[in-house]
Design a binder for this molecule. Sequence first.
Ligand code: MGD
Ligand code: MGD
Ligand code: SF4
Ligand code: MO
Length: 728
Amino acid sequence: MGTIRMDRRLFLKSAGATAGAVAALQVGCLKYFKKGRSSAGDTKEIPTTCELCPNKCSAIAVVEGGFVKKLNPNPENPKSRDMLCARGNAAIKQVYDPDRLKQPMIRVGARGEGKWKPVSWDEAFDFAAKKLSEVKDKYGPQASLWSSTEGFQEVFFKNLGLSFGSPNLVRHPTLCLASVNLAYSATFGTVPSFDLLNSKFVIMSGANRFESIITPDTMDLIGGVMERKAKLVYLDPRFTVTAAKADEWYPIKPGTDLAFILAMIHVIIAEGRHSKDFVATYTTGFEQLAEHVKQYTPEWAEKETEIPAKDIVRIAREFADAGARALYYAGRRSSWYQNDFQMRRAQAILNAIVGNWDQMGGMVPNAKLPKGEFLFMPWDEPKAPRVDEVQKEFPLAAAGDGVYLKLRENVLSGKPYPIKAWMVYKQDPMNSLPDQAKTLKMIEQMDFIGVIDVQMSDMAWYADVVFPESAYLERTDPVEVMPGIWPAVVFRQQVVKPIHDTKPNLEIVQGLAKRLGLGDYFDYTIEQWVEAEFKDLPIPMASEHMKKHGVWAASGQPSYGKTLTPDHRFVTKTGKIEIFSERLQEAGYDPLPVYAAPVQPPGDRFRLILGRVGYFTHANQSNNVWLHEFMKENDLWINPKPAERLGIRDGAYVSVSSSVGSVKLKARVTGEIRPDCVFMLHGFGKKSKMQSLVYNVGASDAVILETAWDKVSGNAAFHETFVKVANA
Ligand SMILES: Nc1nc2c(c(=O)[nH]1)N[C@H]1C(S)=C(S)[C@@H](COP(=O)(O)OP(=O)(O)OC[C@H]3O[C@@H](n4cnc5c(=O)[nH]c(N)nc54)[C@H](O)[C@@H]3O)O[C@H]1N2
Ligand SMILES: Nc1nc2c(c(=O)[nH]1)N[C@H]1C(S)=C(S)[C@@H](COP(=O)(O)OP(=O)(O)OC[C@H]3O[C@@H](n4cnc5c(=O)[nH]c(N)nc54)[C@H](O)[C@@H]3O)O[C@H]1N2
Ligand code: SF4
Ligand SMILES: [Mo]
């Protein structure tokens, strides 16, 4: 493919209506939902915290006659900045969804057959406790797996797993951001925030902020970078909404961002444009870096990335000239390639050498706030080693979160020991892990599966017992402190009483704990828990304030530069920012990022890449009746050139096959993607008949994605699958 550098306006003209319309719809929907409070006679306005994605935006629920009528943004939150997105607004439909889980259920047919018996909570608890105890008696407590995704009540679930005696808690980070977090920690000793509001020059490697919403970054990109006319350079094999808004978009060859970054470093060092004082005072290993990047010329990188060398040189110069206010933005979902850690490390190093650390408009270490703790009765630490052998295989990874895909391999092989029970909280491994057939095998070999969810997810569909949690608008959750440039505390409180026979997670955990002989560890109420947390907050009358406002933010401007004193010790081995990392070297990894060209798909195949749209979160909101209006079925983006070669017409059904599975979905023939890759959204092709709008509609990418992971962090590598596309 030839090299393309697209000016945004030019592209919109040439691409016709589609890209523009999508951009307008998605960004427009942010604006549409932003303002407008309603009020009526008996109306109550109750502040709370949105739960529909990890951002934790502050919302104000308008309640009339016991019903949530509307959700408004709460301007007091500096992170969500008076914004509630389309999903946030549609949370109302989570409560009043006819498909939602309304009472506990026990499976009566075969797993996945969909035959359920509605039962009382006592029956559900007795059944699950009996099964968990049987597994514990036969195989030991370590034979139980406790998997979950972040959420305010996740703590109770994790504590149940630990007090049961299992070391095998596995969380979402190695499906999401483990490699980027580890790369920045390895370099700076911490994971910073990015001050987009004040930056002058931003480069983003596929961090699609106008659709993959992260607060405050998405708003800062609009209010900071766009309005101040700071420059945004965006690399993505797809023309996303962020590409449409960028000053320059490069459809980079997938998997080659590391080459682009190394060549930028090459140019900056060769031309002496790095921040010499900063490098000398705060970093270690610059000389090795200078030597190392000599090989990575812009001409070489052009061949790898398909971005013209002259543009790489110019971007490197502009970036270095913006200095402390230039940002190579980290991105969040870094579950891309098997060398993801090293790509993110190179970004961190590039940021370090222009001296943007702890500067206005640069990377800023997060300010934190203290919070009280509820003191519960402690239990003995689980004795067994983890089943995924994290410490041995991934010595630098966050052991407490586990390495999900390695864990699945070990569970399937039964080594180092068997896992026979699986408890799941707020997670859908059927759609969030690659290779669904493998996940199904893992399910098959379990003696017991219990799922706690608000809807009948595909994972719940294969469970033995389903515990319906109350929706977030129906419950009070633990207090959350959000570190950042503008740190804040948020509180989620009950807005309406549960309308069905559901319970908050704490009560589900307590019901199980009592029957497992672990009741004493959970002998408290949510009110006692949150009051203890309010205690150490730096807020006068914290409890009253949080109930009345739902959020508290430190006032005043961020204080930049606190760590910029020559005697400051970074939390790294040397106490400096580690450009060259001895720690990585000792663990057997490359101490400086080394480029290896990604394996290319053979002639008749395409690389499958993933991403998001602004109106769904992951795989879990396509059945929300309001959000469903935005998209009723997913499709496969394919470039017109290969489509023509294969005789594929826009809107026709195609089969998409990999070495592990095959799916059928509609083709979207579009110039908004490179010819060597295809793209599909996840969250469709559900197996659960209780997701009636999307059951068997469209396709799930989990069926065709193959298993691969990043070597250092263990993060899933979701963009390493090659697929064949043919008319169905
Ligand atoms: N194919 C593919 N896989 C991916 C990704 C991708 O883009 N494509 N993205 C990856 C990333 S970045 C991430 S973070 C992970 C996310 O992985 P998951 O957390 O598994 O993703 P979701 O689809 O959001 O599933 C969350 C589940 O929680 C349930 N839920 C929602 N609210 C509540 C609640 O209040 N209480 C309870 N108990 N349950 C609730 C939902 O109904 C849903 O079943 O997926 C990763 N996997
Ligand atoms: N609306 C919405 N917002 C969300 C979420 C959601 O589900 N929906 N999920 C939240 C979560 S948990 C996360 S982790 C974040 C994820 O947000 P991001 O970190 O922005 O990640 P994605 O949007 O999954 O993928 C980013 C882009 O990478 C591109 N890409 C693929 N391969 C390459 C490559 O080799 N090089 C480059 N340069 N680009 C490539 C894809 O085309 C895609 O557009 O979003 C968060 N915000
Ligand atoms: S970004 Fe949207 S879905 Fe996520 S917390 Fe904020 S309002 Fe809710
Ligand atoms: Mo994520």
